[in-house]
Write a protein of this length. Sequence first.
Length: 273
Amino acid sequence: MDDVSWKSIPEDRRSSAEERLLASLGKTRAFLFAVGENVDNRHGADILTRWSSAGHHIGNHTYSHIPLAGKTTPEEFETGIMRAEGVLDKYSGFRRWFRFPALKEGQTREVRDHMRSFLALFDYRNGAVTIDASDWYYNQRLLARMKLDDAFDSAHFREPYLNHIWDRAQYYDQLSREVLGRSVAHTLLVHYNLLNSLFLGDVLSMFRAKGWGYIGADEAFDDPVFKRLPDTVPAGESLIWALAKETGKFDGKLRYPGEDSVYEKPVLDKLGL
Ligand SMILES: [Zn+2]
């Protein structure tokens, strides 16, 4: 779960939403990749303390969430990683795992390899995602709808959101079987937001009902697939996507970016959401 953008949750619902988010994980042990500036304050500190006490791990997601693309230099990017570490490493749940903002790992081979060396030098591992999705966009649309209409029933988002996650899980699992000849221990990317405070419990139940099981984030990252360093540029996206891209055999099948709001906007527009 990424970002810990707690300020994006409407204030009047924040406290109950945050309680539900944590509670909905139940016994599943997650990795919370925190953006330093989001938690560099009293409220953020409380969140990280609570999640650490509940047995979840805390990972590094840079200080200000500027993706490694565009004008950011690797040096600025690295400064942001170390600055975030200074905020995060006091929590018992902190582990040296890093997640690239927007899963962008470098636009050129030079930058990509430079970052890989940097992370290795500081004992960081890449908290790669196998199942990428656009829950952040569903959340954005939900918030916009609620702002427009006080009486809007957020339950309207439940089914479209569950369908989206299930569809993406099926896609990446199938791609994994085609590329690697097997399924993997999947890591699903979701965000700390209102949408998941409402429906993460339902997402987890849905997977269970469809025959999937849960393992802790530690155990998932033990899958050897997470040691792979795909040779692709631009680097990043879902790890399964990148491994497929690297083979050169799926070019007609792989969209870029792998996930984005542009694919989901028509779906939600059509539903009037
Ligand atoms: Zn993020």
